[in-house]
Ligand binder design. Structure first.
Ligand SMILES: [Zn+2]
Length: 306
């Protein structure tokens, strides 16, 4: 199974709650455990500015590329600005476009990066600079590879950027399952928001996920789904208040893949958040997602026709 990855995904954040080396650590662990071989790693090209402009305002793109963000705009991103950061997020968007193409070929496509669901057309926030998933969906649509997509966002935080970008767009269905009493405030409406209370554990979470996937798939027939497999619903997370176990998170992934395989819908995986007290746990959760995804690779090809 080929995976999209670049060593330059590293956001170069230094000592920050966002473990920006996690992409490299996930890649190294997947290689170390022989889950992927070096030949299966595909280096993406950065998204083009035209690709990014399918989602983001030209003025915002210009400010990012020319170091012209205001102090307030940088504060809102909650991560330090650097040219390397801009390079990393353009590459991550390219990786999500690539993973989208891989998913249409092989049933499953993985970007060992991305999932920056808090980015809006005109600004970044919550560690997210540009919305790689939205850029990928728009590029696949522009290339006529798909018409209809669904986002399944299982990060602990609501996908506010996703909801804002695709609100009112009938070609993209947004599902977000998240902790209600947590960033972001406000939460612009997704097509389906599952607001979980604090401390939800495995069984309750998995029941809610099954019900919401069934509801979403009854309401909408996507040709591809983008799964934001955030690691932060984990009970040891520093920025999340849900209480899932490592096993519960693995069951979550499996449930998403099984539901999509039953309908022959290709799945694109991006990593999104993850702030476990021990970085090794975040790496384990992301690697488990990729490992589970591998079982489903090859199970669907081409955009689902429904
Ligand atoms: Zn999150």
């Amino acid at each position: 199974m080929r995976v999209a990855y670049s060593d330059q995904y590293d956001l170069n954040l230094g000592n920050h709650v966002f473990p920006s080396a996690k992409y490299r650590l996930v890649k190294e662990r997947l290689l170390h455990e022989n889950l992927i071989s070096p030949e299966e790693i595909v280096e993406p090209s950065p998204a083009s500015d035209d690709d990014v402009a399918l989602v983001h305002d030209r003025d915002y793109i210009w400010k990012l590329k020319n170091a012209k963000l205001s102090h307030v705009e940088i504060l809102r991103m909650e991560i330090p600005y650097s040219p390397e950061l801009v390079r990393a997020v353009w590459l991550s968007a390219g990786g999500s476009i690539l993973a989208g193409r891989l998913a249409l070929e092989a049933g499953v496509g993985v970007n060992i990066g991305g999932g920056f669901h808090h980015a809006f057309p005109d600004h970044g926030e919550g560690f997210c600079v540009i919305h790689d998933v939205a850029v990928a969906i728009r590029r696949l649509q522009r290339d006529n590879l798909i018409q209809r997509a669904m986002t399944v966002d299982c990060d602990a935080h609501q996908g506010n950027g996703t909801a804002a970008i695709f609100g009112g767009d009938e070609s993209v269905y947004t599902l977000s399952m998240h902790q209600e009493n947590n960033y972001p405030y406000p939460k612009p409406p997704s097509n389906l928001d599952v607001n979980l209370h604090d401390g939800v554990q495995d069984a309750e979470y998995l029941t809610a996920l099954e019900n919401s996937l069934d509801k979403a798939l009854a309401e909408f027939s996507p040709q591809v789904i983008f799964y934001l497999a955030g690691a932060d619903p984990y009970r040891e997370d520093q920025l999340g208040g849900l209480k899932l176990s490592l096993q519960g998170l693995e069951q979550r992934d499996r449930m998403v893949f099984e539901k999509m395989r039953a309908k022959n819908i290709p799945v694109v995986i991006t990593l999104a958040g993850g702030y476990a007290r021990q970085v090794v746990d975040t790496i384990r959760i992301h690697c488990n997602t990729v490992k589970t995804a591998m079982e489903f690779a090859g199970s669907a090809t081409g955009p689902a026709e429904q």
